[in-house]
Ligand binder design. Structure first.
Ligand SMILES: *Cc1c(COP(=O)(O)O)cnc(C)c1O
Ligand SMILES: [Zn+2]
Length: 397
């Protein structure tokens, strides 16, 4: 396929995240052929593109369509994802004496999590490239989002999730007509089942970073943060990292916006903090030198299902973001997440996912150690709604 005359997308090609080998952006791709690692989309920015190109009448992530990979708008599979609000957390800021504390509430996305962004993009591209069905190993939210967007696109959906996943995730997949396989184990065990079941590749595997476009959906969070803050950026962004697409995507958006001239050339980019669950924190183990990499890391279940990713394919990409941004990595226990959910509920009226609560507790931890100062601009990402986690948290208010 070549770009049609109606396209506005500036998509140029796909590059191997390790060695840069180019791959066509106009054919179906999975991981790179050279290194079997994630492919990263690049855009032709040789013609100037101003901030006026943002379609501000579109209240979804698709307002940045020039900087997204879809060629033909006809193929867009949308449920209204993105452009979620930035909320001032005045109750918490007052209690902890903080100058500037905001939260981007991704729980307000379709299907209740920011997975909607990535799957809207991946399923739209799958439709554009003639795919008839998709398969995914998931800790919960990604499977729900894939099932919803496949339903909207008229595609077959196969979802593999851990048996211990809260019921609401399973139910929602069934309501969207997906085929659901329950697996004893974590997401890496689901991934093994997917590899076996889909050995001949008749379904498109939309696992985190195993196709190039979920990352492009997730990066829109970075564009939105900049636009919503009038092209200024916070000092620190805290993000709950599982597979890492959000962390990598937000950082990618900042680089693109610098190249576009949408951010001032001398802007100080935020320090990026990866927050993980103490029960499954491969990134922290590598970051602190307790292991060379996560290839053999064994994780345990956590109430933050989205963080139970023991061997993320994008580990090196995440570590690079932490290094380039002078960020850090922090782990939070399940008990601390419950405490964070209580505070966000009582002081802010927000019923956040345990992943979002972990991010707030990480901010508290970093304030205590002095890594974070009370007068800094602190942005928290709440990646999902608490409602689906009822089996994990009921009664613990
Ligand atoms: C998937 C998920 C995460 C982790 O996101 P990655 O992009 O895989 O790092 C965090 N929070 C929630 C609620 C999730 O569903
Ligand atoms: Zn390569």
């Amino acid at each position: 396929m070549t770009p049609s005359s109606t396209t506005v997308s500036r998509i140029y090609n796909l590059e191997c995240s390790r060695c840069g080998t180019p791959h066509s952006a106009f054919a179906l791709q999975r991981v790179s052929e050279c290194c079997a690692l994630p492919l990263v989309a690049t855009y032709d920015l040789s013609e100037p593109l101003s901030r006026q190109s943002i379609n501000t009448s579109d209240g979804t992530m698709w307002r940045y369509q020039e900087l997204l990979p879809l060629l033909d708008e006809e193929n867009r599979v949308s449920l209204g994802e993105g452009f979620t609000p930035l909320l001032h957390l005045r109750g918490l800021a007052n209690r902890y004496d903080l100058a500037w504390l905001q939260l981007k509430d991704e729980g307000q996305n379709p299907t209740g999590s920011f997975k909607a962004r990535g799957l809207s993009m991946a399923i739209s591209k799958a439709k554009e490239l003639g795919v008839s069905g998709c398969i995914i190993p998931t800790a919960g939210n990604a499977g729900v989002a894939m099932a919803a967007y496949c339903a909207k696109a008229g595609m077959r959906a196969v979802v593999a999730m851990p048996r211990h996943t809260p019921n609401a995730f399973k139910e929602e997949c069934y309501w969207y007509g997906a085929e659901v396989q329950l697996i004893d184990g974590l997401i890496n065990d689901c991934a093994a089942w997917v590899r076996e079941t889909n050995a001949h590749g008749e379904l498109l595997d939309v696992s985190t970073l195993k196709e190039p476009y979920r990352l492009e959906g997730k990066k829109t969070m970075g564009y939105e943060i900049a636009e919503q803050l009038n092209w200024q950026l916070p000092d620190v962004i805290l993000y709950p990292a599982g597979g890492g697409t959000g962390l990598i995507g937000i950082w990618k958006a900042f680089q693109e916006m610098k190249a576009l001239g949408w951010l001032s050339a001398d802007i100080r980019l935020p320090r990026m903090v990866a927050v993980q669950a103490a029960n499954c924190c491969p990134l922290i183990e590598t970051y602190t030198g307790r292991q060379a990499n996560a290839h053999h890391y064994v994780g345990k279940p956590t109430i933050a299902n989205g963080l139970a990713v023991p061997r993320p394919l994008g580990e090196q990409m995440m570590l690079q973001v932490l290094q380039e941004s002078r960020g850090t990595a922090v782990s939070i226990t399940d008990a601390e997440m419950i405490e964070g959910m209580r505070e966000l509920g009582r002081l802010e009226g927000l019923f956040v996912a345990p992943e979002g609560a972990a991010v707030w507790m990480a901010a508290r931890k970093l304030l205590n150690t002095g890594w974070l100062a009370a007068d800094e601009k602190i942005l928290l990402l709440n990646t999902g709604s608490g409602q689906k986690y009822m089996d994990n948290v009921a009664g613990q208010y």
